[in-house]
Design a binder for this molecule. Structure first.
Ligand SMILES: NC(=O)c1ccc[n+]([C@@H]2O[C@H](COP(=O)([O-])OP(=O)(O)OC[C@H]3O[C@@H](n4cnc5c(N)ncnc54)[C@H](O)[C@@H]3O)[C@@H](O)[C@H]2O)c1
Length: 434
């Protein structure tokens, strides 16, 4: 592909200012991606204007309080007022040299990409960018071609000097792996952008992986997420087949894992949830249709994934009379993130049917179900015994599994975390109508 001609001749002075920590950096969008990233950059000695449209989030940060599970208060207080300056005031960004955008890129109801937050961020940056060169790095997951076809054009209209990079975020909330050690894929709209982006990020991350175009980097991220999405849907289908065959899928997976190459284990459960895995692969579907191709694997994976809460509801039906106790409502083990959470979808179905649902999640105090607030409740022997059935919604490490097992009530265990017992309903034990 033809590369855009560079808008700038000399980037050495920008590099020098980076090296001497004379630049200001703004991270726009302080969520699971942006908050840890902005703190990391602040720890590296850069002055960071951490910007978010949420007043509540900025108020918390200004008091040194975290709202993200992987970020401890101390990480904020260590840099607050020294190199870390949270703000929701656009004019505080007027001297910023490097903007890093990490706002959400969700799907619309019709499963097409929703770029409204990206467009808002660009509009805000443009409105305060009066003069001087700027480096823009987009970290939000984007449909292929977005950096070149949309973002570049929006900034170009200004006719000012800028460098534009796309560097997909690979952070894995709840993971022990330090995210600054995850190799950072970097791309630029032209040679200078790539050069400057790589230079800046090599001051922050351990390893940079430059690629030849922004579209390549966009597709790297989509390959990684789609690989997970398709495999999660695949293993859920595979688990159903194993059940019909009378075989324990978890035993099959453990034995397959002994192969030293060519096999990566995925596990059955509720299906994929969260901000990224069940959504961004659909970017490929929309894009490929525009190019005259149907990406059927992604679309089929989506159908399977959407069906998982309904599948488990069908399994539960014979056990339900009135009350259900759900342990864990977030989409992921040991993380308090409710976005696109499959067990939450199950709770919605149950409550719609007029059933009484209690839940407990060590990471979540309350949830909103069909517009109504539902508070978590501490599980007692009494409460559990009075439930028709218990559901493991999320396999958090700290759930009271012994209490659950000792209750003698039927337990739905999509993850296979519980040992064999006549009460457990899972792919490996109990009766499941496929
Ligand atoms: N969560 C993950 O594990 C993960 C991993 C890799 C990549 N990503 C991608 O990173 C991007 C951000 O995801 P996230 O999970 O951090 O989202 P998030 O919802 O946790 O945080 C986004 C933040 O952006 C703020 N925001 C929205 N519009 C804004 C604007 N115009 N200006 C300033 N702030 C704005 C919101 O208030 C929120 O605080 C998405 O594209 C996502 O696909 C997420």
């Amino acid at each position: 592909m033809e590369r855009k001609q560079s808008l700038v001749e000399n980037i050495s002075s920008f590099k020098k200012r980076i090296k001497n920590r004379e630049i200001e950096v703004s991270v726009v969008g302080l969520g699971y991606v942006g908050l840890p990233l902005s703190l990391l950059i602040a720890r590296k000695g850069f002055k960071v204007r951490a910007f978010d449209i949420s007043e509540e989030r900025i108020n918390l940060l200004s008091k040194g309080k975290s709202y993200i599970v992987d970020v401890e208060d101390k990480e904020i207080s260590d840099v607050l007022g020294k190199t870390f300056f949270p703000t929701n005031t656009k004019k505080d960004l007027k001297n910023v040299d490097v903007f890093i955008v990490s706002v959400p890129t969700p799907l619309n109801k019709n499963k097409t990409p929703n770029l409204k937050y990206i467009n808002m961020a660009i509009r805000d940056i443009k409105s305060i960018w009066k003069e001087g060169e700027r480096l823009f790095i987009f970290e939000s997951t984007l449909p292929p071609g977005t950096t070149e076809e949309i973002i570049y054009k929006k900034f170009s209209k200004k006719g000012k000097k800028f460098y534009l990079c796309f560097s997909p975020e690979r952070i894995n909330p709840g993971s022990e792996y330090p995210f600054y050690e995850i190799p950072k894929v970097m791309s630029g709209i032209d040679e200078d952008s790539l050069n400057l982006g790589v230079y800046f990020y090599s001051n922050i991350f351990s390893k940079i992986v430059p690629v030849s175009s922004t579209k390549t980097a966009e597709l790297v991220k989509l390959l990684e997420n789609t690989y997970r999405f398709i495999n999660i849907s695949f293993i859920n289908e595979f688990a159903k087949l194993c059940h019909l065959e009378g075989v324990d899928v978890f035993e099959v997976i453990e034995a397959a894992k002994t192969k030293p190459y060519g096999f990566n284990a995925f596990y059955p459960g509720w299906g994929a949830g969260g901000e990224c895995i069940p959504t961004v692969p659909l970017f490929l579907s929309k894009r490929s249709r525009g190019l005259g191709m149907r990406f059927s694997m992604v679309e089929d994976a989506d159908i399977i994934n959407e069906s998982m809460p309904l599948f488990w509801h069908r399994v539960l039906k014979p056990y339900i009379k009135e009350r259900i106790f759900v342990f864990g409502v977030s989409y992921k083990k040991d993380v308090g993130d409710l976005r696109n959470s499959p067990p939450l979808k199950l709770i919605e179905i149950l409550i719609e049917k007029g059933l009484k649902v209690n839940f407990y999640d060590p990471f979540i105090e309350k949830i909103k179900v069909n517009g109504e607030e539902l508070k978590g409740i501490k599980p007692t022997k009494e409460l559990i015994k009075n439930s028709d059935v218990i559901v493991i919604g999320t396999n958090h490490s700290t759930l009271p599994y012994d209490l659950i097992l000792s209750s003698g009530r039927p337990v739905l265990d999509p993850f296979g975390v519980l040992p064999p017992s006549p009460f457990v309903i899972s792919f490996s034990h109990g009766k499941i109508e496929i």
